[in-house]
Design a protein around this ligand. Structure first.
Ligand SMILES: [Zn+2]
Length: 666
């Protein structure tokens, strides 16, 4: 497989939406920013295949030739993320049927039914044609299949394919009835043909909930698999002509619809699109980078970010001067080997005309945004291939699992406020704020690599999971889990015999009941050392079965009963957090966990600066970022050292301005 030779710096580029005379001007302007890469052909299907048997690559040839002359690393998309009008007109089955059961017409993007044989045929053929034509292009650096796979379809083709998928998984209809608990509400299925897609016309309850989570979770698995088959079909078509160039598709962080751990196994390199909102905490952005790195436990591509402004959020604030640079370096700090923008020239019309770009509507290089893009471009160019492939390492693993995400959020009760990602985010933020590196890991990770494994809301404990966790803790691992954990199996049926089911022995507790607190209600966590903290959301009512209580509830009928516990198991320890602690409570618990697991921050001093480290060829690259919104003092660890980005040397206590970013090598 070909490796990148330098950090790709560029982004989505759509010259085919512009007159020819603009192109040369684009090239001139991009040169000023040391842009070295372009992602092309993302939404060009209608242009390069204007009819069923008509292909026209003349314009794309010209674009590829122009980029070759400029010595660009080209990311070539297969264009199949938006259906051409002729295809929908002639074959209405290629359009999706939505959750409400409506067949869509021509329009939008990410709009193809993944199980339409017509779509499958044409998309595969397109990937084949592109690979045949450009597979040996000297500037081709990466294949970009489709774009931001997502959404779902409930059409008849999907329903039929779902029946096949279900039959393959379960074998008999009796097994299906058992797995989905179909004798409830008299849903007994007599035949595979009784199975219908779980949307608003059947078992869906609004879009978020479902009467039968077993069906709905399986439908999500099936939809994720269906689109993955689309991806694989195009990838394999590319591979017929090009065995060397890495293949990716751009993912979307913790996007709910697709099981990215499963997808990543089929991708050569992970890439993703990072669009934090104006109020997204930096710890959340960092967690998403770590998740994307965790998918393959390897560096990733930042396929998209805006240089300035988004358009699709509610309030699309400008990135403040210096923010884009700092955000980009944070991305690199967490494992990115590319920095790419959406997009290089701003659209003249349609819904993305207010989405920022490297060249704004003024059409010149004389903008704040461009100057900042150029500044970063010069810095990346100076670094060359220095950081490519550099490794991040962590002693803390936080489990992220799409089955759990789906199962937890489909659960009808005990609280409508229970969301998967924020629960993990809360734990991640503790480590982030202390500069303790974290890996986001799958349920089948090698836990023994980690001093501590943190698994909040491990709702679904699938086959093999209990043994894996018990082995890990037995050998000295430190595990944290808590409320809404160990409750169901992979089909969303409850593990009978008392919560937290298969984790009960490990945790040394029995959670008899789960109380739900309304937003205006809280309880108190009374730690054994006299510290009080608040807790909310859910309160497990816990009996000790070998564990010790670290904190008891302070009020209500379960006052003085355990809320947070610790159990010795083998040579390891298991923390169980039976409620949602506030920051004080969480800090207390995780401080104890870090002490038990001998986990220390990257630097000894207290600081609000973000510190991250990547290693390569025996060298360590230290990123020091100020993302706090106000000046922060330099810490002793990097005082009097020279930063390799701008050659700055700061004394201990000297102030770093907001957005300042320094990079040290040792
Ligand atoms: Zn469909």
């Amino acid at each position: 497989m070909k490796d990148f030779k330098r950090m790709l710096y560029g982004g989505d580029y759509n010259p085919n939406q512009w007159p020819r005379e603009i192109w040369d001007e684009d090239m001139r302007i991009f040169r000023l920013a040391d842009i070295n890469s372009a992602t092309v052909n993302v939404f060009s299907w209608a242009k390069i295949q204007p009819g069923e048997d008509e292909y026209d690559f003349a314009e794309l040839d010209e674009i590829m030739e122009m980029l070759k002359k400029e010595n660009y690393d080209i990311v070539l998309a297969t264009s199949t993320a938006a259906l051409p009008a002729w295809m929908v007109r002639r074959y209405p089955e290629v359009a999706r049927v939505d959750y409400e059961g409506l067949r869509h017409k021509f329009g939008q993007r990410h709009n193809a039914c993944p199980n339409s044989p017509v779509f499958q045929k044409f998309s595969r053929r397109m990937a084949q044609k592109l690979a045949e034509r450009y597979g040996d292009h000297p500037n081709l650096a990466c294949w970009h299949i489709s774009n931001e796979y997502g959404g779902e379809c409930y059409c008849e083709n999907c329903e039929k394919a779902f029946r096949v998928w279900v039959k393959k998984k379960y074998g008999t209809i009796d097994a299906v009835n058992k797995a989905w608990n179909m004798h409830f509400w008299g849903h007994t299925l007599y035949d595979f043909d009784d199975i219908v897609a779980p949307n608003a016309l059947s078992d869906g309850i609004g879009y978020e909930k479902t009467a039968f989570a077993g069906i709905s979770i399986d439908y999500r698995r099936f939809m994720s698999d269906s689109m993955l088959e689309n991806f694989k079909a195009e990838r394999d078509a590319v591979r017929e002509f090009d065995k060397e160039t890495p293949v990716t598709t751009n993912l979307m962080g913790s996007y709910k619809g697709l099981d990215y751990f499963k997808w990543a196994k089929e991708m050569d390199i992970v890439s993703w699109d990072n669009y934090p909102a104006y109020d997204t905490p930096w710890s959340s952005t960092a967690m998403h980078h770590d998740l994307m790195r965790g998918l393959k436990d390897k560096p990733f591509m930042l396929m998209e970010q805006t240089p300035s402004q988004q358009n699709w959020q509610r309030y699309n604030s400008l990135k403040r001067p210096g923010q884009m640079r700092a955000q980009s370096w944070q991305t690199v700090a967490h494992g990115a080997d590319t920095i790419q923008f959406f997009q290089l020239r701003r659209s003249v019309g349609a819904c993305e005309k207010f989405h920022g770009a490297v060249i704004e509507h003024s059409g010149t290089e004389n903008t704040r945004v461009f100057r900042e893009v150029a500044e970063l471009g010069h810095e990346l160019k100076a670094l060359g291939d220095t950081l490519l492939g550099a490794k991040n390492s962590a002693k803390v693993g936080i489990i992220f699992d799409w089955d759990n995400y789906w199962g937890l959020e489909y659960a009808v009760g005990p609280s409508a406020d229970l969301k998967y990602v924020p629960q993990l985010q809360q734990y991640y933020a503790y480590f982030y704020e202390r500069n303790i590196p974290v890996d986001m890991i799958p349920v089948d990770a090698d836990f023994t690599k980690y001093s501590a494994v943190v698994a909040p809301v491990l709702y679904m404990v699938k086959d093999g999971m209990q043994e894996a966790l018990e082995n890990y803790v037995n050998q000295g691992g430190i595990l944290l889990t808590g409320f809404m954990s160990g409750l169901v199996d992979q089909s969303d049926n409850v593990h009978l015999g008392g919560y937290p089911g298969p984790l009960r022995k490990l945790c040394g507790i029995w959670a008899e009941e789960i109380d739900a607190l309304a937003p205006e209600q809280t309880n108190v966590l009374k730690f054994t050392d006299g510290t009080d903290a608040a807790c909310s959301l859910l309160c497990d009512i816990i009996h000790l079965e070998g564990a010790e209580s670290l904190a008891n509830y302070g009020s209500d009928f379960y006052k003085d009963t355990p809320a947070v516990t610790k159990n010795a198991f083998g040579t390891g320890k298991v923390y169980y957090v039976g409620t949602k602690p506030d920051a004080v409570g969480l800090r207390k618990i995780l401080d104890m966990l870090c002490a038990d697991a001998d986990i220390k921050p990257l630097v000894g001093e207290e600081t609000k600066l973000e510190i991250a480290c990547r290693e390569k060829d025996g060298k360590r690259y230290w990123f020091v970022l100020n993302l706090t919104g106000k000046p922060q003092p330099m810490i002793g660890a990097f005082a009097d050292k020279t930063d390799i980005l701008k050659g700055r040397t700061l004394k201990a206590g000297e102030m770093l301005e907001n957005w300042d970013t320094l990079l040290y090598v040792e």
